[in-house]
Design a protein around this ligand. Sequence first.
Ligand code: THU
Length: 165
Amino acid sequence: VNRSSSVSSDVIVDMATGEPLPPLLHDLAERARQAQALAYAPYSRFPVGAALRSRDGRVFVGANVENASYGLTVCAERTAMYQAVLAGARQVAAIAICTNLSPPAAPCGMCRQTLAEFAEEAQIVLLSPSGQAQVTTLSTLLPQAFRPSALIATTEAKDDHGRGE
Ligand code: THU
């Protein structure tokens, strides 16, 4: 049976090692795959699902939401991130992202920066329909991120309201 194009809930394989994903990442990848069905993507026809696990163990899902005014589109990763923030979960442990691309697509730059606001480091699982996954990290995808600490350090270290005196 050729199952290469079917969405299955069996093993998800780490492309780098050939090994099945560990259970927590497997579950997150499955949630991202399910969330892909929630996408509103009539213009691009490129549905994306995301599932984010916060440090406290909760899972939040997201999907891309497009708009007739194209630039208003919000990516799956950011809708998931905002669901988490609104629930009080401000620390990302891992995020899984599911597209229809094989090899899997990686998150856009805006989403990498958005995640960096809420994670020093995070595991990132990129899932393709065949059940192949690329496992990477936020710092790999966004080295030397501009972080909140830059601004917090500035305001705490200086009492000059940014005059730099
Ligand atoms: N998209 C995401 O949701 N996440 C990404 O990381 C890349 C792009 C969405 C935005 C748009 O709805 C569609 O995919 C095509 O760009």
